[in-house]
Design a protein around this ligand. Structure first.
Ligand code: NAP
Ligand code: MG
Length: 402
């Protein structure tokens, strides 16, 4: 066998829970360790270990990601009441993704994996559409009042020196509702930088849309911050990379997205991103075919699958039943991270290996060998449904034959 690919900087490896933890090991054993002298700094974010370390391990994994620049993460359980009992937890630990995102001040980009035989519902979508959702503020941090009857609603800002700025919201003549929302220039700026950095990384156009014609201060502020950062810091780099930044109204963006062929990044405000990412991902076919990368404004990358720990399959696995869990998004999390590491460290072979493994994964599906979730939606005829392990083994065979 050929010599293994050497790495210079460790990849931050963040392990997780349930079925994806099982897949994680299989992927490493079958598809990575035989070919790469894998150098990782390992953090076990499995719920038991998070509980044992009072969740310190989550913070440490984020700090390591900051230090080394590239991480790959397995799906993890976000505890709820049922998990408290199941794992006998000391506390209802917060979502690891939320903790890591807060430390890295990052934005999440989700991209569908396109493969022949799994057709998007929108016929003209030929290339992936990557969705970037701003993850702070707006309606997700709102304050609401149910107005019981007649009265005056005002928006008041009190500066540190006591100066008040007031705007009338509405003179109520009967009952109604009011809502206060906010965002910060700091958060919007981080979001904008993460989007521009990621567009340069992918060499894809960036679209951004809000409703600034109606929201002349609030949404306009988003538009202005993006424009200012773009002109000051990114316009030249975009030109050099042959890509464009383009702002439009959200309704116009939606109409254009439906007619487009894909191959761009669509940045959305928090609420638009929440709604549009579910629309885009379900229209592309399957949650199991969606990758996700957290990008910090300083250019740190954390790759993962967009789906969860696939709990239902894990319980089947524990009961000794066969599972057919799709490992594609988790494989692509690894290839994304390895490619990035290769690029940063100037190890061409590592990036080439990542390309090759992705190709082998897609070819395996296109050759009609896939997991059950894909077999149910494919347009290919005469497919072979494989179990979790055999699908990964089949990818290895394809890889060896490439
Ligand atoms: P999930 O793990 O995404 O799975 C929901 C369902 O989607 C599965 O039961 C399965 O459907 C299907 N599915 C998802 N991924 C699949 C794959 N790779 N292959 C085949 N089918 C797949 O969501 P969940 O069950 O709501 O959440 C389970 C745990 O994951 C929760 O504890 C949650 O906190 C956590 N979670 C973590 C992350 C993260 O770490 N990024 C994200 C979301 C959720 P069928 O059962 O019909 O086959
Ligand atoms: Mg949602």
């Amino acid at each position: 066998m050929a010599e293994k690919i050497r790495m210079t900087t460790p990849l931050v490896e963040i392990d997780g829970d349930e079925m994806t933890r099982i897949l994680w090991k299989m992927i490493k054993d079958e598809l990575l360790l035989p070919y790469i002298d894998l150098k990782t700094e390992y953090y076990d974010l499995g719920l038991e270990h998070r509980n044992a370390t009072d969740d310190k391990v989550t913070v440490e994994s984020a700090e390591a990601t900051k230090k080394y620049g590239v991480a790959v993460k397995c799906a993890t359980i976000t505890p709820n009441a049922a998990r408290m009992t199941e794992y006998n937890l000391k506390e209802m630990w917060k979502s690891p993704n939320g903790t890591i995102r807060a430390i890295l001040d990052g934005t999440v980009f989700r991209t569908p994996i396109i493969v022949k035989g799994i057709e998007p519902c929108v016929r003209n979508w030929k290339k992936p559409i990557t969705l970037a959702r701003h993850a702070y503020g707006d309606v997700y941090k709102n304050t609401e009042i149910k107005v019981p009857g007649s009265g005056k609603a005002e928006l008041v800002f009190t500066a540190e020196d006591g100066t008040e700025t007031r705007e009338l919201i509405h003179n109520f003549t009967g009952s109604g509702i009011i809502q206060g929302i906010h965002n910060t220039d700091k958060s919007i700026t981080s979001f904008a930088r993460a989007c521009f950095n990621y567009a340069l990384d992918l060499k894809q156009d960036l679209w951004f849309a809000t409703k600034d014609t109606i929201s002349k201060k609030y949404d306009h502020n988003f538009k202005d911050i993006f424009q200012e950062i773009y002109e000051k810091e990114y316009a030249d780099k975009f030109k050099e990379a042959g890509i464009t930044y383009f702002y439009t109204l959200i309704d116009d963006a939606v109409a254009r997205v439906m007619k487009a062929e894909g191959g761009f990044i669509w940045a959305c405000k928090n609420y638009d991103g929440d709604v549009m990412s579910d629309m885009v991902s379900s229209a592309f076919g399957s949650l199991a075919m969606m990758t996700s990368v957290l990008v910090s404004p300083s250019g740190v990358f954390e790759y993962e699958a967009a789906h969860g720990t696939v709990q239902r399959h894990y319980y089947k696995h524990l009961a000794g039943e066969e599972t057919s869990t799709n490992s594609v998004a988790t494989i692509f999390a690894w290839t994304g991270a390895l490619r990035k590491r290769g690029e940063l460290d100037g190890i061409g072979e590592l990036a080439e290996f990542a390309d090759k493994l992705e190709k082998a994964t897609l070819k395996t599906i296109e050759d009609g060998k896939m997991t059950k979730d894909l077999a149910l939606i494919t347009s290919l005829k005469d497919v072979t449904v494989l179990n979790s392990e055999n699908f990964i083994k089949e990818i290895r065979k394809t890889l060896e034959a490439l």
